[in-house]
Design a protein around this ligand. Structure first.
Ligand SMILES: N[C@@H](CCC(=O)N[C@@H](CS)C(=O)NCC(=O)O)C(=O)O
Length: 278
């Protein structure tokens, strides 16, 4: 039996985007040479989707279940992951590569999400890399950690590690903001924003919750936590983020599987093996 015919334990998910993401999908149903192979639930997809929406680039949204990989996806992307883009019949994948590609391939579509200064642009790549190599793996270590199986102390450590990375990121932000580089949204914001709107999973699933210091509760780090809160409010308020986010109830069963550490996605497996983002 071919691999994609076997039923993947994570494949039973809600079949389509809901909430504010639903009209966005419907508006991009028509055939177009730029095709986004997407999963409505996927934060890596949401990075690319935000860029498309911000820049008002015309595209065709194609919903696929990456845990039940259709041949059409595997032909474009041997890893069988979403997001995958098809641009004039040529495939591309890897969310951060796709974000940069859209920025470069559509120069006449503002807003420009990369600073023109080469030093600043390189700096945004450092912090984009930090998000992918530090923050996201720590998000998953914390989410998938099983206190009952592996001890309550480890849960504290996983939480502390995640918060330490968020604080490190926030400390690098422009003083006023509200975005990472200042007044304007950039790719550094875009690459973390999907996880910023998924922070509720910790309060929902983990004993003790996320533990972010509330207003005035950050002690000697209050300034940096205040800056973090300002950034989260700014990205949460962004139209492109809202209109690519589905109704929370449909994320719940997916994140339940991560919180129980039974998810079998490449990300969940990599986390169990102590590896980074697949
Ligand atoms: N490094 C990839 C990660 C993409 C990824 O892991 N996507 C998930 C959905 S959120 C997927 O396609 N999973 C399918 C699987 O685990 O088999 C990127 O940045 O695009």
């Amino acid at each position: 039996m071919s691999q994609q015919k076997q039923s993947h334990p994570d494949s039973n998910l809600y079949p389509e985007a809901t909430g504010l993401a639903s009209p966005t999908v419907k508006a991009h149903a028509a055939e177009h040479p730029l095709k986004l192979y997407a999963g409505w639930f996927c934060p890596f997809v949401q990075r690319v989707w935000i860029v498309l929406e911000e820049k008002k680039i015309q595209y065709q949204y194609i919903e696929v279940n990456p845990y039940h990989k259709p041949q059409s996806l595997l032909e474009l992307n041997p890893r069988g992951l979403v997001p995958t883009l098809q641009h004039n019949n040529k495939p591309l994948y890897e969310s951060t590569v796709l974000c940069e590609f859209l920025e470069e391939a559509y120069p006449d579509h503002p807003p420009h999400l990369q600073p023109s200064d080469p030093y600043e642009r390189a700096r945004t790549r450092i912090w984009t890399d930090f998000v992918t190599t530090r923050i996201i793996p720590a998000y998953h270590r914390f989410l998938q950690y099983q206190a009952a199986r592996d001890g309550a102390e480890g849960l504290q450590e996983a939480r502390a590690e995640f918060l330490r990375y968020l604080k490190e990121f926030a400390a690098e932000m422009h003083g006023e903001g509200p975005f990472f580089l200042g007044e304007e949204l950039s790719l550094v914001d875009v690459v973390l924003a999907p996880w910023a709107v998924r922070l509720w999973v910790f309060d929902h699933f983990k004993e003790g919750g996320l533990g972010l210091p509330g207003e005035g509760k950050g002690g000697e780090d209050e300034q940096v936590w205040a800056r973090w809160r300002k950034w989260v409010a700014a990205v949460e308020g962004r139209k492109s983020l809202k209109e690519t986010t589905s109704a929370r109830e449909h994320y719940l069963p997916i994140y339940q599987r991560y919180a129980d550490d039974v998810a079998q996605s490449e990300m969940a497996k990599a986390t169990r093996l102590g590896r980074g983002v697949p």
